[in-house]
Design a protein around this ligand. Structure first.
Ligand SMILES: Nc1nc2c(c(=O)[nH]1)N[C@H]1C(S)=C(S)[C@@H](COP(=O)(O)O)O[C@H]1N2
Ligand SMILES: [Mo]
Length: 589
């Protein structure tokens, strides 16, 4: 550093704080713009969306395994951590190379813009939040730096000239410290004395920047003359504080306002006004013995609030049912487009169907059973007059996710539905409001499109759905499985007669037998609960296991109505569903 360059000294932490504050202000403003104009395009959301869609299958599996349904919260948290680190780094860089740091923030805005336009459901306005955020962060950086180092060399306000600058005439004058070389605003009175006036003159916004109380901090202190004099490169703590507080207030206010604007959930509001028509074909009453009502055993009907949720949406799509339509097109004689009102006027059927996720591990919880109300998909497909040779329905959701379903499965008489209600309630927003597919017997990724808006009749050899290029099988019939709910794995239970219970499923084939084995001993048949049909899971119980002290292993296996017993061989969820026998260990005391 030459004499005529007064650089901000030390205090990288202060610069890091400034970078964070500038970044936060940018994010806050981006949220505000998103809330007002482009609800799906908050920068963090779109970047997270890109991350979800481009992460390889093993990573996705790992995330689901490790974080469960919190995987997206963790992802957003991870993105924020990266943003924090980079914003802090840009702040530090900004002390020396403000132009470059500004470019860095602008680059972040550009990443957000790129992510926004790459989303399958992107709209023109979606570029705005990231542009606004990047611009605000890049802009805010310099005034914040200037407040914190009001008397340092003002290269922050102009690009640094390549040539050594001529000494301003006043600079070598009466001031004891080297004077800032360039910028017009800094020359006057280069506040080397601990007086408010001089610096206030330099930057009115900074207020009494070097006023008493601004005790020079940190490493710089030692070099200081006994009389407290602030030198031009010193950190002005009050300026830092006021700048940071202003930035954080702006960030918080803008962010909250954005959330408030964006949070007025169109879908949630519309949902409460829907009057569900009665079913033209109600489901038969559940057999009395469908639920064994054993504490700790999954209830036969999964309440909506407990129903697992799996999808790629970072924010739940908000679909206005008044604007919703479903198109059926492609290999059809007569393309169809129907509205929500049209759909509700059709004869609706009710069906008990258990949904299962292909990512469910043996013994896992990505499964739930509900009573669905919906229009029969087969009727609509017949009205559209499907052409021979079509074997796939490529359905698309409002947020651009796609799903490939075999045509024959939807036409074979099973309750393949365009569902509008779940357990007697209008479909919850997170489960696909206003309309989703429900097709018994297929894993969710090839059947259960939520927020469905489009069905293209096509062929498996011509089209690919979302998960196929990501390593999952194009077709996904549900494999026969069973789970022990009780006792819990690794539980300690008292010796004596002990209840072992769980659920088993083989959707659309039906479960005919469940057997339990303790310590690899003989298989004993469990008692099966009643079921309304082959499309739901089935509770089972073994009432009379005589537990003896020590450690025991319990295993379960199910057999479907075709007589096929689930295989022992263990397979992971990818590419087409986990296999193996659920095995738990318990300590009996
Ligand atoms: N739009 C959309 N629909 C979707 C998905 C998705 O990512 N996006 N995931 C599917 C998967 S993998 C499963 S297992 C089911 C889960 O439905 P649920 O969240 O109502 O339990 O939704 C299916 N429908
Ligand atoms: Mo799934």
């Amino acid at each position: 550093m030459t004499d005529n360059e007064v650089r901000p000294r030390g205090q990288a932490w202060a610069a890091a704080v400034i970078g964070l504050v500038a970044g936060a202000a940018g994010l806050g403003v981006a949220e505000l713009v998103a809330g007002a104009l482009a609800p799906k395009a908050s920068p963090v959301t779109v970047v997270a969306g890109v991350a979800v869609d481009s992460s390889p299958a093993p990573l996705k599996e790992w995330a689901i395994r490790t974080f469960g349904t919190n995987d997206k919260t963790v992802l957003v948290g991870g993105i924020l951590v990266v943003l924090v680190l980079i914003a802090a780094g840009l702040g530090v860089l900004g002390r020396r190379r403000p132009g470059l740091a500004r470019l860095g923030f602008a680059a972040f805005g550009a990443v957000g813009v790129a992510a926004a336009v790459s989303r399958p459901d992107s709209a023109l306005l979606d570029v705005l939040p990231s542009i606004a955020g990047g611009a605000v962060a890049a802009w805010a950086l310099v005034p914040l730096l200037r407040r914190a180092w009001p008397a340092a060399e003002p290269e922050w306000s102009s690009p640094r000239p390549a040539e050594p600058r001529p000494e301003p005439p006043a600079a070598d004058g009466g001031v004891s410290a080297p004077s800032p070389a360039g910028g017009p605003s800094r020359v006057a009175g280069t506040g080397t004395e601990l007086g408010a006036g001089a610096v206030a003159g330099a930057d009115p916004a900074a207020g009494p920047a070097l006023a008493a109380g601004t005790v020079p901090a940190g490493g710089g202190g030692a070099e200081r003359p006994a009389v407290m004099r602030a030198r031009p490169g010193d950190l002005d703590r009050r300026g830092l504080l006021t700048g940071a507080v202003t930035g954080v207030v702006v960030a918080g206010a803008a962010g909250l306002a954005g959330r408030a604007l964006g949070g007025r959930s169109v879908a949630e509001a519309a949902r409460t006004t829907v009057a569900l028509p009665p079913a033209a074909r109600p489901a038969r009453a559940l057999p009395g013995g469908a639920d064994l009502r054993i504490r700790g055993l999954a209830p036969f009907v999964t309440p909506n609030r407990d129903f697992y949720r799996v999808d790629t949406a970072i924010v739940v799509p908000q679909v206005d049912p008044r604007a919703w339509t479903l198109k059926i097109h492609g290999m059809v004689g007569r393309p169809i487009e129907i509205t929500y009102a049209d759909l509700l006027r059709r004869p609706l059927v009710e069906a008990d169907v258990t949904l299962t996720c292909v990512s469910n591990e043996v013994g896992g919880s990505y499964i739930g059973n509900a009573r669905w109300l919906g229009a029969r998909l087969a009727d609509l497909l017949r009205e559209a007059n499907i052409q021979p040779g079509a074997d796939m329905l490529l359905s698309t959701s409002d947020d651009g996710w796609t799903c490939g379903t075999p045509v024959d499965v939807t036409l074979d008489g099973r309750d393949a539905l365009l569902a509008v209600a779940m357990n007697g309630e209008v479909l919850p927003v997170s489960h696909g409001f206003p309309v989703r597919q429900v097709i018994p017997g297929l894993y969710g990724y090839v059947s259960a499109t939520k927020w469905v808006t489009d069905i293209k009749v096509t062929r498996f050899d011509r089209d690919e759905a979302y998960w196929t290029p990501r390593g999952w099988a194009p077709r996904g019939p549900i494999k026969t499985q069973s789970r022990i709910d009780l006792p819990r794995d690794r539980a300690t239970v008292p010796a004596g007669r002990t209840t072992v219970a769980g659920v088993a499923w083989a959707q659309h084939r039906g479960v005919d037998a469940v057997e339990v084995s303790v310590d690899a001993g003989p298989w004993r048949p469990a008692r099966l609960a009643d079921v309304p049909g082959p499309d739901t899971w089935r509770q089972w119980v073994l009432d009379d296991w005589q537990a003896t002290p020590g450690r025991h292993t319990i295993q379960v296996r199910a057999t479907d109505a075709a007589g096929r017993t689930q295989p022992q061989a263990e397979a992971p969820p990818a590419p087409d569903g986990a296999t193996g026998w659920h095995t738990i260990t318990v300590q009996v005391s």
